[in-house]
Write a protein that binds this ligand. Sequence first.
Ligand code: FAD
Ligand code: NAD
Length: 159
Amino acid sequence: MDDRLFRNAMGKFATGVTVITTNVNDTIHGMTANAFMSVSLNPKLVVISIGEKASMLEHIKQSGTFTVNILSAQQQELSMLFAGQLKEKREVQFSDLQGAPTIEGALAQISCEVASTYVEGDHTLFIGSVKDIQLEEGEPLLFFNGRYGSLAVETTMQA
Ligand code: FAD
Ligand code: NAD
């Protein structure tokens, strides 16, 4: 099957956008990712999927920890920076959640310890055991059809 067909199909699934951060030997690394999912409530687990070519793969293997930062609609430029889509390098000021590196202004900052690792095809799935959470108000950054977007109207539906 053609790669483009697969990516076009996956792109029909509208997602939020996260930046995964981790700290290795006092250096903080970030990477944009939309392959993120809630897995279990009891215990509290999430999953991220990291490509075999991403340097983040080795960083998480070394640190054994990662933070999922769910980006706000105002943070598209950060998404592009951490996806390697900006020409210039930028200095980023990270914040801290009980020692875990976080991105200020992200709607949710979820710090995790790696609970298990599964190599599947050309990606590695990291199951994260959630250690701490910080929430901020705001609207989410969205990704659909390979393009960024934001919510058109405020939703009033209750779960
Ligand atoms: P690098 O290439 O080392 O870093 C990525 C970029 O972040 C570089 O430009 C670097 O300068 C910058 N950066 C890193 N740390 C810092 C810092 N401390 N300060 C300032 N800048 C810094 N790939 C996946 O594997 N899984 C996914 O789920 C996924 N989802 C994506 C979703 C979207 C919407 C997009 C646009 C891309 C996604 N990608 C995903 C692709 C992934 O973001 C890129 O392939 C990325 O470039 C891989 O980064 P890397 O780990 O190799 O790190
Ligand atoms: P795109 O059209 O490549 O992405 C649409 C969808 O396809 C994504 O949301 C994702 O679900 C899927 N996808 C894309 N590349 C994938 C990969 N290598 N492995 C598994 N699933 C993948 O959108 P784009 O704007 O061209 O993406 C920008 C860059 O970011 C591309 O290089 C793309 O490969 C990469 N990306 C990677 C992943 C991932 O590895 N999970 C996810 C999104 C984007």
